[in-house]
Design a protein around this ligand. Structure first.
Ligand SMILES: *Cc1c(COP(=O)(O)O)cnc(C)c1O
Length: 408
């Protein structure tokens, strides 16, 4: 350790300290009424978050994982179905698909945005499936199973190419559920609608996580689903609450997957700051881009297409020798992360699915090179400068070794 202050990967303490009076007031209110489940705090937050996402309905649930599972189940995904998604995401995406009774089918990503590549989706749908136009059902040729949904992940806070994906979904009768767990407030310019659309307003439903480290985080576990479809919203409300719309009248089996009123109250306080926090992240991303532009051959900065307004849940670069660079940064007291080191198709959990290394080369190559730099709204400019100066020094110092290794 040297004498320099530590630059954390993420600072969760400062914003909570700043909002402490308002946040503790939420606890006081809940204690006074003992309103811990349901009630006005929950409904007020749901309405405010629906409005923030430009969606008609919001259903608060206990986590992002539950949000995805309930959204898929409400959309009609059932046992034996196949759901298309990407391999470079947090395992919750595929856990939710499996828990809904379906099987994940991966497609590779776009190498510049790290998001689902519509070309690869079309390739899978046309080369590996048959569309039964009488039944309006897409069938996976190898397994004979119906492909009923598609889950693009708006990774790192940047939306997937939704126009293309929605077109495929419509053409093949797939329910498109957005995994917006990292994308609270991200926007996409729809060429079709000729306007900016917000994450959570484009799919048939969208899942959000309020895990503490997300751009909008609870003080514990929480999540939400947004949708414009009233029937879907009603189904999801029942799924989160033991299959009941009226107490003790169970139309089906559901889950215990509600959002606590206290968490909803805390989230409502923090939601008022989300737009400005996102803006601060965007400013820091621009600063990183500017500082890294001189070394673009050695350090690849994130790519933001003109149709995207990313909210930088993470700021992810690519470097060679990633492990060495990360270790050298850690020695300089600079925190980083890797999101994610092993693509899902190569995880032990999916070893029985028959996937092999080489199946999704773009995702696999990215997984070896990506590195998430410190990114949070209160990251100071001085700290950002130190991150970049240190990073550039480390990367350039390791360049001769790279050249030597290549010559071997
Ligand atoms: C965080 C996250 C989830 C899961 O959310 P939880 O609230 O932790 O259950 C799902 N998908 C993605 C992409 C995430 O980042």
């Amino acid at each position: 350790m040297n004498g320099k202050n530590a630059i954390p990967f993420l600072d969760l303490v400062t914003p909570h300290r700043e909002l402490a009076p308002e946040l503790t007031e939420v606890f006081a209110r809940a204690l006074n009424t003992a309103g811990f489940i349901g009630g006005p705090m929950l409904e007020q937050f749901e309405n405010a978050f629906a409005e923030f996402c430009e969606a008609k309905y919001c259903v608060g649930v206990s986590s992002g994982t539950d949000a995805l599972r309930f959204a898929l189940m409400a959309a009609g995904v059932k046992f034996g179905d196949i759901v298309i998604t990407v391999p470079n995401t947090f395992i919750a995406t595929t856990e939710a698909i499996s828990q809904a009774g379906a099987e994940p089918r991966f497609v590779d990503i776009d190498e510049r945005t790290y998001n689902m590549d519509p070309v690869q989706v079309r390739k899978y749908v046309t080369e590996c499936c048959t569309f039964d136009s009488r039944m309006e059902l897409l069938i996976d040729n190898r397994t004979g199973k119906p492909v009923t949904a598609i889950v693009p992940v708006h990774l790192y806070g940047q939306m997937a190419d939704m126009d293309e994906l929605l077109e495929i979904a419509q053409q093949y009768n797939l329910s498109l559920v957005e995994d917006a767990c990292q994308a609270h407030g991200a926007q996409y310019f729809s060429r079709k609608e000729n306007r900016w659309c917000t994450a959570g307003s484009m799919g048939i439903a969208a899942a959000f996580s309020f895990y503490p480290g997300k751009n909008l985080g609870a003080c514990g576990e929480a999540g939400a689903i947004t949708t414009d479809d009233e029937t879907l919203a009603r189904k999801m409300r029942m799924l989160r609450d033991h299959g009941q719309a009226k107490k003790y009248y169970h139309d089906m089996e559901g889950y215990n997957g509600r959002l606590d009123s206290i968490q909803a109250g805390l989230l409502h306080v923090k939601l008022k700051h989300l737009a400005s926090w996102n803006q601060s992240r965007q400013e820091r991303a621009r600063k990183y881009n500017e500082l890294l532009s001189a070394v673009s051959a050695d350090i690849k900065a994130p790519f933001e297409p003109s149709w995207s307004r990313a909210i930088y849940h993470l700021y992810v670069i690519q470097v060679e020798n990633r492990e060495a660079v990360q270790a050298a940064l850690a020695k300089e007291n600079i925190g980083t992360g890797i999101h994610y080191p092993i693509p899902l198709h190569l995880q032990k959990a999916y070893a029985n699915q028959g996937y092999r290394a080489g199946d999704f080369p773009v995702a696999e190559k990215a997984a070896e090179r990506i590195l998430s730099l410190p990114m949070f709204p209160t990251l100071s400019e001085a700290d950002q400068l130190r991150v970049v100066e240190t990073l550039i020094r480390i990367v350039l110092e390791s360049a001769p070794q790279r050249a030597a290794a290549a010559a071997d």
